[in-house]
Ligand binder design. Sequence first.
Ligand SMILES: Nc1nc2c(c(=O)[nH]1)N[C@H]1C(S)=C(S)[C@@H](COP(=O)(O)OP(=O)(O)OC[C@H]3O[C@@H](n4cnc5c(N)ncnc54)[C@H](O)[C@@H]3O)O[C@H]1N2
Ligand code: MOO
Ligand SMILES: [Mg+2]
Length: 385
Amino acid sequence: MGEGGNAIYRRDAIPVEEAMRRIAERIGFVGIERVPLSEAFGRRLAEHVFADAPLPHFRRSGLDGYAVRADDTAGASPSSPARLEIIESVPCGAMPQKEVASGTAVRIMTGAAVPEGADAVVMLEMTGTETKDGRSYALVRRPMNGGANITPIGGETAAGELLLAPGCVIGSGETAVLAAFGRSVLQVARSPKVAIIATGAELLPVDTPSPLAPGRIRDSNSAMVAALIREAGGTPLLYGTVTDDPGAAATIVLRALGEADVVVTTGGVSVGDYDVMTDFCRHWDGELLFHKVAMRPGSPTSAGIRDGRPLFMLSGNPGACYVGFELFVRDALLHMQGASAPSLRPISAVLAEGEYAGIAYQRYVRGVKAGETVTVLIRRVLPFG
Ligand SMILES: Nc1nc2c(c(=O)[nH]1)N[C@H]1C(S)=C(S)[C@@H](COP(=O)(O)OP(=O)(O)OC[C@H]3O[C@@H](n4cnc5c(N)ncnc54)[C@H](O)[C@@H]3O)O[C@H]1N2
Ligand code: MOO
Ligand SMILES: [Mg+2]
């Protein structure tokens, strides 16, 4: 078939970084949709969100107490409190009707609008009250600085300020900001639809009771990959399992490529007689991006693209399948949703125990970092001692 000289079909292993690059340069934004804020949690924003008004948009009291003129409290002390006539009480949500003139105070609640004329709020605990001739007075026992306990207009956010940028994940904090600024409907990245196809004649549905027939195993990869897809903001579509019949596998993979944004297969990608994905790669009308990666586990991991839709062929070995997803599929899904930064970041660590000899390929092993289980990439191991 005239492909003997092609390095991809010869399955020359390429470095992990090169494989990542080949995927990244071929993957684009998945498109936008509008969702209500109540359904936006975990999605990626696909618009700039600016403050359409200052926050707060009125001078806001930070305490329960009295709105006063700071000058009126100069020199006040417990033995000689400032005596200010209480002219009004302002609950939250109401606007004060009166202006605070010298010698007066307004009872105010946390979050309420500070009346004109007042430039400080004194907390209730610093005051006392007195009634005389049918009038009520606040006794302020300490001097106040101008501006004390008042959030000015725009004190949290100025009008026009950029609140959230495209690509950011909408978590609980972002949700609060969006709600505060009235964004009940948002433009977010569409959740990529990701088809999952597990290959292998040995595979049984998860609900198959024990004991399993000899040689048979439950399909754990589909469930794992579905969970990983959800973690990455995608929507998994379970296509089930396919046996090792090349025609049947090709039919279902091509159907999935027509229906989903991304297709992930597991298994059948090595050099076994029944490795259907290896066979598929040689006959499909898509473009193979790589067919072997210089890594362990998961060296047979392959990827291709057809009509702009990526096909990830992960190794069947569950550990290799996991590593292949982490390295190649996750960032592809995040990138499709507008994320700019790669999700994996290298850290350097010293291996506490064990040894790896004669490493030709990069190794990804499970490790524990300060109590947290992580996947560790071992590039180079220095001999002990
Ligand atoms: N002659 C060679 N043999 C193998 C090579 C090689 O280079 N030359 N590579 C080995 C490596 S490394 C790996 S990894 C595997 C890759 O195998 P496949 O991707 O073809 O996967 P399968 O053969 O289908 O299965 C491998 C293993 O994983 C189990 N499996 C498969 N699917 C699932 C599933 N959905 N859930 C749970 N477990 C699954 C399967 O039963 C096998 O045990 O090839 C080596 N061989
Ligand atoms: O590369 Mo295989 O994935 O060693 O197990
Ligand atoms: Mg195999």
